[in-house]
Design a protein around this ligand. Structure first.
Ligand SMILES: Nc1ncnc2c1ncn2[C@@H]1O[C@H](COP(=O)(O)OP(=O)(O)O)[C@@H](O)[C@H]1O
Ligand SMILES: [Mg+2]
Length: 498
C-alpha cells in the first residue's frame, strides 16, 4: 500500500491579528488515501485546509502539488488546480434550486448558450442518487432540512472532478444512514485515485473511514500514523494531552450519570412548541443538577434554550419556575423569573471594549440599579472572581476583547457567581476552547451546580454534554427522543439516540 505524496505542505505558519493559528506545520496527503484530521476546536484544522483551498492567501511556508510549488491567491485558483472543499459552515445558496447548487459554476448549456435545465436536473438527480438522496432537484435548496442541505453541498464537491477533496466536519447534521452512504462514496472515490481529507469530531468515524490520521493540538501537528496501527485511545492522548482525566473520559467513556431524581424541580416546562424549531417539549430542571441537552446541529436544542430565555417566541406550552407560571415574553421577563443565559456567541452578551470588571458587574448592576454602586466595590468583587476563576491575565482593567476566548467565557460565567439565578442556560459553553480553559470552565459550571442552581447545558458536541451532565435529554428533529438518567452512558449511545 505504498502511496506517493500528492500534496505537501512544509513549515506552514499562519496568524490572525498577531495570534498564531498554525505553527510550523508539515502535512502530506498521498494519492488514493483518505486522511483523517482530528483535534479539539481551535486546533487549526480548518485554517490549514483553507490555505490548501485558497481561502487564506497570506501565510508562511511552502505548498507543493505533485512536486510543483503552488501558491493560491483565491479559492478560484485552488479549484482550477483540482481542489474542492466542503466547508464547515454551510455555503449553500438557499434561493437557487438543488440542481443549481449541485452544479454551481458548471451548469450544462444548450446550443443557444443558455442553461440546459432538463439536462441539469437529470445530472443533479443522478449525482444525488449516488449519495442515496432522492429529492426533487427543482426545489429551492433552502427548503430542505439541514442534513439534506449538507448532502447537497457535499455532492457539489464530490462530483466537481476535483482530485483533492476536503471535507470539514461534513457529518454534523447527518443521520447515521446518511453517514453510511457518504462513507461508501468516499471509499469509492479513493479507490478511483482521488485524495481526500476528512475532518471530524467523531473518532469512531475517523478510524473507520481513514487510511491515515493526523492529530492537531494548539496550532501544531502532533503526529501522523496509519490507521491499522492506532486506536481511539492513542488519538485522545495526543489530542488533549496528559492530565485531563475528566475530559478524556468524556471522549472514551462510559460515563455514569449521577442523576438526582429527588431534588426539587426549579423549572418545569410542559408541551413547548415553536414552529419550525421544536415541538411538544416537556422537561424538568432540578436544583443542583446539570441537565445536558444533546442533538445534532439543527435538532432544535439551541432554539429551545433561546425560547427558555424569551428570545424566541413560543407557540404553545407553559413554563413554571419554582412552581409559579412564568410568561417568557422577552428576555427581561425571563431574567425577572430567575433565568440567566450564556449564548453560543458570547459576543452577544459581553462588552468587548469595556474593562473586565464592568463585564463581571453588569448583571449585578441590573439587579441593584437603585443602589449607588461605587466603582471600587465593583472592582473589588471582580478582582475576587478573577482570582478564584484564574482568569488570565488577572487584570480587571484590561478591555475584555484582549482576553482569549476561554478567559472571556470565564468572565461571562463569573457574573452569575455573585448573584445566582435559579436556572442558568449555557449554549455550547466550551466550544472553541483549548484544553486548559475547557477544564477551568467545567470546574466553574460544577461549582455553580454546587450552589444549588439548575444548570442546562445545550450542545451539539457529545463530549461537552458527557463531561458535564448529570442527566441527558437527546433531541431529534425538534423533539425529545430519549432521556438518560442514573445509568451508564457513552458517546455511542448518545449518537444512536440522536
Ligand atoms: N478568520 C479568522 N480570524 C481570526 N481568527 C481565526 C480565524 N479563523 C480561525 N481563527 C483562529 O485560529 C485558530 C484555529 O482555528 P480553526 O482553524 O478554525 O480550528 P479548528 O478548525 O481546528 O477548530 C482559533 O484560535 C481560531 O479562533
Ligand atoms: Mg474547524
Amino acid at each position: 500500500m505504498d502511496r506517493p505524496p500528492l500534496l505537501e505542505l512544509v513549515g506552514i505558519r499562519k496568524s490572525f491579528g498577531g495570534v498564531a493559528a498554525l505553527t510550523d506545520v508539515d502535512f502530506t496527503l498521498c494519492r488514493g488515501e483518505v486522511h483523517g484530521l482530528v483535534g479539539e476546536n481551535g486546533a487549526g484544522k480548518s485554517t490549514l485546509m483553507k490555505i490548501i483551498a485558497g481561502v487564506h492567501g497570506e501565510y508562511h511556508g511552502t505548498m507543493r502539488i505533485a512536486g510543483e510549488v503552488m501558491r493560491f491567491r483565491s479559492a478560484g485558483d485552488a479549484k482550477a488546480a483540482g481542489i474542492g472543499m466542503v466547508h464547515q459552515e454551510l455555503s449553500i445558496v438557499r434561493d437557487l434550486s438543488v440542481a443549481e447548487n449541485v452544479l454551481l459554476g458548471v451548469q450544462p448549456l444548450n446550443r443557444f448558450g443558455l442553461v440546459d435545465y432538463p439536462t441539469m436536473y437529470r445530472i443533479a438527480g443522478e449525482q444525488l442518487h449516488r449519495l442515496g438522496i432522492d429529492v426533487d432537484p427543482r426545489l429551492p435548496a433552502g427548503d430542505l432540512p439541514l442534513g439534506l442541505q449538507q448532502l447537497v453541498e457535499i455532492a457539489r464537491v464530490l462530483f466537481s472532478g476535483a482530485r483533492i477533496i476536503i471535507l470539514d466536519e461534513p457529518t454534523s447534521a447527518l443521520s447515521p444512514p446518511e453517514v453510511e452512504r457518504l462513507f461508501g462514496l468516499l471509499h469509492r472515490l479513493r479507490d478511483e485515485g482521488h485524495s481526500l481529507v476528512f475532518i471530524s469530531h467523531f473518532l469512531d468515524d475517523i478510524l473507520r473511514v481513514s487510511d491515515t490520521v493526523t492529530i492537531f493540538r494548539n496550532g501544531r501537528r502532533i503526529e501522523t500514523a496509519p490507521v491499522p496501527q492506532i486506536d481511539k485511545h492513542w488519538i485522545i492522548e495526543r489530542m488533549i494531552g496528559a492530565g485531563h482525566e475528566e475530559l478524556e473520559e468524556s471522549y472514551t467513556g462510559e460515563i455514569f450519570l449521577d442523576s438526582k431524581p429527588q431534588a426539587p424541580v426549579v423549572l418545569a416546562a410542559q408541551g413547548l412548541s415553536s414552529a419550525g424549531s421544536f415541538a411538544d417539549v416537556s422537561l424538568d430542571v432540578r436544583a443542583g443538577e446539570v441537565l445536558g441537552i444533546y442533538g445534532f446541529m439543527g435538532s432544535g436544542q439551541l432554539e429551545l434554550a433561546r425560547a427558555l430565555f424569551g428570545k424566541l417566541a413560543l407557540d404553545a406550552g407553559s413554563v413554571r419556575i419554582g412552581g409559579v407560571v412564568a410568561h417568557l415574553r422577552n428576555t427581561a421577563a425571563a431574567r425577572r423569573a430567575g433565568i440567566a443565559f450564556v449564548p453560543e456567541s458570547r459576543r452577544a452578551m459581553l462588552f468587548h471594549m469595556e474593562p473586565v470588571y464592568k463585564n463581571i458587574s453588569i448583571s449585578i448592576l441590573e439587579r441593584i440599579s437603585w443602589l449607588w454602586v461605587r466603582p471600587e466595590a465593583e472592582r473589588e468583587i471582580a478582582a475576587r472572581h478573577v482570582k478564584s476563576l484564574q482568569i488570565r491575565p488577572p487584570l480587571v482593567d484590561r478591555p475584555l476583547g484582549t482576553l482569549s476566548g476561554g478567559n472571556q467565557q470565564k468572565v461571562a460565567l463569573a457574573k452569575w457567581l455573585t448573584y445566582l439565578p435559579k436556572v442558568l442556560l449555557l449554549s455550547e459553553p466550551t466550544r472553541g476552547m483549548d484544553v486548559g480553559a475547557k477544564d477551568d470552565v467545567l470546574k466553574i459550571i460544577k461549582s455553580l451546580r454546587a450552589e444549588g442552581i439548575g444548570v442546562v447545558v445545550v450542545s451539539a458536541e457529545p463530549e461537552t454534554v458527557l463531561s458535564l451532565a448529570d442527566r441527558i435529554l437527546v433531541m431529534k428533529r425538534g423533539r425529545i427522543a430519549q432521556e438518560f438518567s442514573g445509568e451508564v452512558v457513552s458517546k455511542d449511545r448518545l449518537l444512536a439516540a440522536a
